[in-house]
Design a binder for this molecule. Structure first.
Ligand SMILES: *Cc1c(COP(=O)(O)O)cnc(C)c1O
Ligand SMILES: [Zn+2]
Length: 419
């Protein structure tokens, strides 16, 4: 395995691959570091290995922070336990491109995962590492989709789980979590309150793996598989531009890390993509910082229909701002009405029904197109992270249904169609 240690993103201090997430020296966040030279230097051999792997994220196990011992678990062994995530469709969205006056747009539909959001990727990696480290319980602080993914993964692995959510979450997400038999804890507060509580619980319960607290360095690496997949599906090439949502900023920054790793290894041709981040105006601390030309993200109290992105104090906010600048991208925010329009636009032009987070991403793509930020010759990938069935309430009232008596003339006059 290529993973070597955990490394502080601020001071570079190295740590062993344990369930640690904060640097003891400077309190910076820890991240997995790799020595990819152990994988050999022949890209075609590496590509062959990947392509002969299973149809899920474990085909990329060589690039994930699992098992330091030799040899590590094989992709096939990992595929036999838990809920296999990944290998979701990348579809060419010609009608969406046409509507927006763009040249080439692809939709990475990550709603096609076991619990219908990209969170199954990060949970699969965190849970696999938690098992290696001997934890007996899975837990998380969630804005909704993580709750679904942790509860389901724990059920699949036969582990007890504790899922902490803000009490005002969408009913669909609450039902979709409780059904797995988890210990569901509704906290009277917002996500940032839930996260603070979980940090405290995590300190007290040493045998619990909180996927996004003490296991966060492993969890975060799972998002890289989304970049690997996009590159592989484009024929081992990077896209020119990626539009992705930002909650804590983990997904957005790890997408770039994934592309960078593969470019350095000769596994992906092309430049580093321009990275556009997307937030809801009602919770846009990272977009606000970007706009102000600073990397200091001032915490906010979320007020938006995009609850899965409602993190007022984003852990990776400064790194997200830095990435937007470095890649020549931006971080934009959209209103709740624009989010609803984004959901409708994607549904009507691609047949893909996304949740509010995908509405944020699609509306941001529309905004970039309107602003003239995207060249006609660019290949753009829109990252859709969750399923519309999880946030059904927000599309209520956005369309009309024709209620009629069961007669042909009633149908004719209601729909205005004549023979
Ligand atoms: C969690 C989540 C994200 C992104 O979260 P980050 O904390 O920025 O990694 C995006 N979309 C959906 C639907 C999510 O549930
Ligand atoms: Zn440090």
């Amino acid at each position: 395995m290529a993973v070597t240690n955990l490394k502080c993103r601020e001071c570079g201090e190295a740590y062993e691959l344990t369930a640690q997430y904060v640097c003891h020296k400077c309190f910076g966040p820890l991240e997995a570091a790799y020595d990819h030279s152990t994988l050999g230097s022949d890209p075609s051999e590496l590509k062959r290995r990947i392509q002969s792997g299973p149809q899920n994220i474990w085909r990329y196990v060589d690039f994930l922070p699992l098992e330091q011992g030799q040899p590590g678990p094989s992709a096939r062994q990992l595929s036999r336990v838990g809920l296999p995530a990944g290998c979701t469709p990348l579809v060419k969205a010609d009608r969406l491109a046409e509507r927006l006056g763009l040249g080439e747009v692809w939709v990475k539909n990550d709603a096609h995962n076991p619990t219908h959001s990209f969170k199954d990727r990060v949970v699969a990696v965190a849970a696999a590492r938690a098992r290696e480290l001997g934890f007996d319980t899975l837990a998380c602080a969630s804005t909704g989709n993580l709750a679904n993914a942790v509860a389901a993964a724990a059920a699949a692995l036969g582990m007890p789980s504790y899922v902490f959510i803000p009490a005002d979450l969408e009913e669909q997400k609450v039902l979709f979590t409780g059904v797995y038999g988890t210990n569901l804890v509704k906290v009277n507060g917002n996500y940032d309150d839930v996260n603070r509580l979980c940090t405290e619980v995590s300190g007290e319960r040493e045998s619990w793996a909180f996927v996004n607290v003490n296991m966060r360095p492993y969890y975060a690496e799972g998002s890289k598989t989304l970049a690997y997949e996009i590159a592989e599906q484009l024929g081992f090439r990077t896209p020119d531009r990626v539009v992705a949502p930002i909650a804590s900023g983990s997904l957005y920054t790890k997408l770039a890390k994934g592309f960078d790793e593969w470019r350095a290894l000769g596994l992906a041709d092309g430049d580093a993509p321009v990275m556009n981040g997307a937030q809801a105006l009602g919770c846009s601390p990272v977009a606000t910082a970007f706009e102000a030309g600073t990397d200091v993200c001032r915490p906010v109290k979320p007020d938006t229909i995009a609850k899965s992105l409602a993190i007022g104090n984003p852990a990776d906010g400064p790194y997200a701002v830095e990435l937007a600048n470095r890649s020549g991208g931006s971080i934009d925010s959209v209103t709740d009405d624009e989010i609803r329009d984004g959901i409708r636009l994607l549904a009507e032009t691609t047949g893909i029904f996304t949740e509010t987070a995908g509405g944020v991403t699609t509306a941001t793509l529309a905004k970039l197109a309107e602003r003239g930020d995207i060249g006609r010759d660019e290949r753009v990938v829109l990252v859709i992270t969750g399923d519309g069935l999880k946030t059904l309430d927000v599309v209520r009232g956005t369309f009309e249904a024709h209620e009629i008596e069961p007669r042909f003339d009633a149908f004719e006059s209601a729909l205005g169609v004549t023979a």
